[in-house]
Write a protein of this length. Structure first.
Length: 316
């Protein structure tokens, strides 16, 4: 059976009763939450109704999302992915390039380079978007919790470095933060994590480049976003935050072929369900150097990273 077929069989998100003998999961990434990584998206607990909801009734998910996304703050970091529990390696995929432009990515290989583990008693875990050539296991290997599987990469359907972790029991998708799917959203229950990560309601909904300070409606509809700019146009980066609290800091920065273009720290003084902030620079007299510019929006609370978004624009 190919990895794609195995994933298809394990793709259903079925309502589950309280699970007997639940698996216990260790943290699967060599990173520190709030310092070198953050949880970007959780399992969508309401995939059938065309809207996303995470296990705490928040918006930190995407419609139909089938895993937990643990994202890094840098494209350059070499970060190891580790087995979350003792297991036997079922399937692996390697050989897909690490490219955020996602060449030759289809629904069948959207997971990218991956490892699929069998933990026994119906429990399985899937690790997606691993770095090409970094896999350290092959089918049939026995691994112990904490053993390295590979490194986080940019393979498959992803524009930024992160691990997508999915958990299954008897073929049904399980949210490790809400293993009893019949419980009400937000209802307190035992998680599958050995050390459950803290939850932050605040998020960065989106970030992007444009050529002028946009309005919130222009950002929410996507009309503000520019994928290309001329050398003589201003470079403006915006960040759209949700549920930010008084005292949170939104840092907007941009870098291009010649290095940093700007960095701006914005103190958010009033809690709001939805707010947009933007900052930019006018072009130099000779115009911006042509090439790719990367933007970063980082939301922090007491110096701890809550959310982060990358953005990209091409000057041509």
């Amino acid at each position: 059976m190919t990895l794609s077929k195995a994933l298809a069989l394990a793709g259903a998100f079925l309502p589950l009763p309280a699970l007997a003998q639940p698996i216990v999961l260790d943290w699967p990434v060599d990173c520190v939450l709030g310092t070198t990584c953050y949880i970007e998206d959780y399992v969508d607990t309401d995939p059938a109704h065309g809207r996303q909801s995470d296990y705490a009734c928040g918006i930190k998910s995407r419609d139909g999302h089938k895993g937990t996304d643990i994202a890094l703050l840098s494209f350059e970091t070499q970060t190891t992915v580790r087995a979350a529990a003792n297991a036997v390696v079922l399937r692996v995929r390697d050989g897909m390039v690490d490219d955020p432009k996602m060449p030759n990515v289809t629904d069948d290989n959207a997971c990218g380079n991956a490892v699929f583990l069998d933990h026994g008693q119906g429990w399985r875990t899937l690790y997606c978007h691993l770095k090409q050539g970094s896999l350290s296991v092959v089918p049939g290997d026995t691994v112990t919790a904490g053993d390295p599987l590979g490194q986080i990469g940019l393979s498959g359907k992803t524009t930024h470095p992160h691990l997508h972790l999915s958990v299954y029991h008897n073929g049904a998708l399980v949210d490790p933060f809400r293993p009893n799917a019949t419980a009400s959203c937000g209802e307190e229950q035992e998680m599958l994590w050995a050390e459950p990560p803290a939850y932050d309601r605040a998020s960065l909904i989106t970030a992007g480049f444009t050529d002028a300070i946009p309005s919130l409606p222009q950002v929410t509809t996507g009309k503000a976003r520019r994928h290309t700019l001329r050398p003589d146009q201003p470079i403006v980066l915006y960040g759209h935050a949700g549920h930010a609290e008084h005292g949170d800091v939104l840092t907007l920065s941009a870098a291009g072929p010649d290095g940093e273009v700007f960095q701006r720290k914005i103190l958010l003084k009033h809690p709001q369900v939805s707010q947009m902030q933007a900052f930019g620079r006018k072009p130099p007299a000779a115009g911006w150097p042509k090439g790719t510019y990367t933007g970063r929006a980082i939301l922090t609370r007491n110096a701890r990273v809550i959310a982060h978004r990358f953005a990209e624009v091409t000057i041509d």
